[in-house]
Design a binder for this molecule. Structure first.
Ligand code: ZN
Length: 424
């Protein structure tokens, strides 16, 4: 019998690393470290989809292709998923680095009109076309670092029209591609200047005007809230996420980043898809999340750039059975576009193993944005989002950091990054 012709074969990889991703549930507990590693491996791709993975001799006995990438000495893994970015913004805030070094806290910078609010001002006055150019370049940077699917939050508009503008930019990015964008509405990111002292009125605007308008235009899959003392209370968060659910949006929470406000507990209670940060979450909150299958998205670059020196106790979370994902938290105050950095920080600052961290940036990150059926692992029937990294085994992710290990990125079966360069 002849070998079946396919669009693309990657063969002779030193390692092919993937996870068991067919299940409806994210990976948790001791399963978080269970990756399957195939040596001298190959993957066959047809019409943007993985047809088969296995040892090279097995795959080459069954399939042939005019396009074969020899991955000798390199490692193949699923395209990375970044489940938490604030990618749509204008301007930059490099000046705040010195303020942070002087010891000013995030909340102090915010209180003086810096931080989020200065980015809001810049984003509001930037037109949609210009904003799209800026964000496209940024998304391309993520892609060249191996991220094929990006969750993108709004949250620097804070008026109905500007939030819509930001989400329309996210939608346009997804159309342009080749990266895939999952949009999240984060109108409750901060209380805008014009609503200072009138948080309740702003929450009304979010629930009565913004959410219905965004749901009607189908501009977001999720709604997120920055639940924190001095920003949105637990009651306001619940109100906003309830309105979002009634409009068909999934729930996410920026939970317990600076103090325990009960964010994790609420996330569990309402069955949120994910709760993110979790630095100060109570044990009770984490248990509630475990119970409800809410994914914990840990963002180690946030405490790094805030210079708090305090990282989430990831070992405890994994022990409790919380499915852990990792994100960059890319924003003007956390300018990291590279999930390889999240992996390294997870290993060195949170004592996660490379295998646990890889699960956290692939299948669990896909679960955190409701995309696990299509992406997050290399299995027959899943999207052919594939990375080839310049490393002889997966442990180099984490071990060797500060360089881009990604050599080739395949998105939907097409080579989009080659020799570390974007193919335009
Ligand atoms: Zn965030």
């Amino acid at each position: 019998m002849g070998r079946r012709q396919v669009d693309l074969i990657v063969d002779h990889a030193a390692e092919l690393v993937t996870t068991q991703g067919k299940s409806d549930h994210p990976v948790s507990g001791h399963h978080q470290s269970e990756i399957s590693v195939i040596s001298d491996a190959a993957v066959a791709v047809q019409r943007a989809t993985v047809v088969q993975i296995g040892r090279s001799d097995q795959i080459l006995a069954q399939y042939r292709s005019k396009h074969v990438i020899n991955a000798t000495g390199r490692t193949v893994l699923p395209g990375l998923v970044d489940p938490h970015t604030h990618l749509v913004f204008a301007g930059s805030r490099e000046r705040e680095l010195e303020m942070k070094l002087e010891g000013k806290s995030y909340m102090e910078i915010l209180a003086t009109g810096g931080g989020i609010l200065s980015t809001v001002a810049q984003t509001r006055k930037t037109g949609k076309r210009r904003l799209l150019e800026i964000c496209r370049e940024r998304a391309q940077s993520l892609l060249t670092h191996g991220t094929t699917t990006i969750e993108v939050k709004s949250g620097y508009g804070l008026t109905t029209l500007d939030e819509i503008k930001c989400l329309e930019v996210a939608r346009a990015l997804d159309k342009i591609g080749p990266f895939h964008i999952v949009p999240t509405f984060l109108g409750a990111h901060a209380i805008p200047e014009e609503y200072r002292g009138r948080a309740g009125d702003y929450v009304d605007l979010v629930t009565r005007e913004m959410i219905p308008a965004i749901a009607k235009k189908k501009l977001a899959r999720f709604c997120d809230v920055f639940c924190e003392s001095g920003v949105f209370t637990i009651e306001q968060t619940e109100r906003i996420l309830e309105a979002a659910r009634n409009s068909g949006l999934g729930a996410k929470i920026h939970a317990d980043e600076f103090s325990d406000t009960g964010g994790a507990l609420l996330a569990g209670k309402i069955g949120a898809t994910s709760a993110d940060h979790l630095l100060h979450s109570s044990d009770e909150g984490i248990r509630e999340m475990v119970e409800q299958g809410t994914v914990g998205v840990l963002l180690p670059a946030a405490p790094l750039t805030l210079m708090t020196g305090k990282y989430v106790n990831a070992r405890k979370m994994i022990e409790y059975g919380l499915p852990v994902a990792l994100g960059t938290d890319l924003s003007p105050s956390c300018m990291v576009e590279n999930q390889q950095v999240s992996i390294a920080l997870a290993c060195y600052c949170m004592r996660m193993t490379p295998a646990e961290a890889i699960v956290a940036v692939t299948i669990n990150a896909a679960h955190a944005i409701g995309e696990a059926r299509r992406i997050g692992s290399l299995e027959p029937g899943k999207k052919a989002d594939i990375l080839i990294i310049d490393a002889p085994n997966h442990r180099f992710l984490g071990y060797r950091f500060g360089v881009n290990l990604v050599d080739t990125v395949i998105k939907d079966g097409k080579i989009v990054v080659k020799d570390r360069r974007l193919i335009k």
